[in-house]
Design a binder for this molecule. Structure first.
Ligand code: OAD
Length: 247
């Protein structure tokens, strides 16, 4: 870990941007299922039944039920050491640090993260299908719920397959342009455009670091691979980064 931290600090330099993207793996140790691991969410809940605009049009109750269950479960779990270690990285790199997540949970925020770019939406928000107004939503959502402004139908504020992720116009490009160190944490890297961000940073000469239970050997994008549970790898890395930066 000592060498890894040294490489990261060298690559980041004095003013280099440090960007993190997280996936379901970082929340796994909190008790939230991933999507594609064995027993993952998509196994019992096929994407075409619960996570497309067509599914919502054909059978909204099935879609509401799926996200109601996710939302209810989120209320029963807590952030883990991986989420907390990223807050330490945010403190270390300050304004140069950006956190993008594919996760729809709020565990980064509850661990103390500052601004989090939720590119696939947020479980604790709902959106009006007609006026696109977004509101906080911690309860069950159903066909009976109407928009407070225009009475339109409310849907989960989640990016479904076939829809365009959030923050792609400005904030995600700003986090990736000129990025010197890019961390890809707990993601299978198969859903685009999220999966393509590391490649862009690598092509521009940034150091890409993969943190995963099972890293992807031979992937030329990730010059540094840290294998293991994020809840163990990230605190150890934060310890080293802090110690080598004299924090
Ligand atoms: P996946 O389920 O595809 O991948 C989870 C990754 O986390 C795998 O590579 C695991 O090896 C890794 N992993 C599991 N436990 C871990 C741990 N404790 N520490 C580190 N890594 C661990 O989830 P995502 O990559 O997040 O999109 O999936 C991307 C998107 O696909 C999701 O945002 C979701 C899904 O369809 C939408 O719903 C739009």
């Amino acid at each position: 870990m000592k060498d890894a931290a040294q490489r990261i600090l060298e690559a980041a330099g004095q003013g280099g941007r440090v960007t993190v993207i997280t996936g379901a793996g970082i929340s796994a140790e909190s008790g939230i299922s991933t999507f594609r691991d064995s027993g993952g969410l998509w196994e019992e809940n096929p994407i075409e039944e619960v996570a497309t605009p067509e599914a919502f049009a054909a059978n909204p109750s099935r879609v509401y039920d799926f996200y109601n269950a996710r939302r209810a479960q989120l209320g029963t779990v807590e952030p883990n050491e991986g989420h907390r270690a990223l807050v330490r990285l945010e403190r270390l790199f300050g304004e140069r640090f950006s956190l993008i997540t594919q996760n729809v949970d709020d565990l980064h925020e509850r661990a103390g993260a500052g601004r989090v770019l939720h590119m696939h939406g947020e479980l604790y928000k709902a959106r009006c299908v007609d006026c696109a107004g977004v509101v906080e939503w911690k309860e069950e959502l159903s066909l009976a719920d109407a928009c407070g402004s225009c009475s339109g139908r409310m849907r989960p504020h989640i990016v479904w397959f076939g829809e365009i992720p959030f923050h792609l116009e400005k904030d995600i490009p700003a986090a990736c342009n000129g990025c010197r160190v890019f961390f890809s944490i707990g993601t299978s890297g198969v859903v685009y455009p999220a999966a393509g961000l590391a490649g862009l940073v690598h092509a521009a000469g940034g150091l890409c670091v993969e943190v995963n239970l099972e890293t992807s050997p031979g992937n030329p994008v990730f010059e540094l691979q840290l294998e293991g549970p994020a809840g163990e790898v990230l605190p150890a890395l934060a310890d080293e980064l802090e110690s080598q930066s004299g924090c």
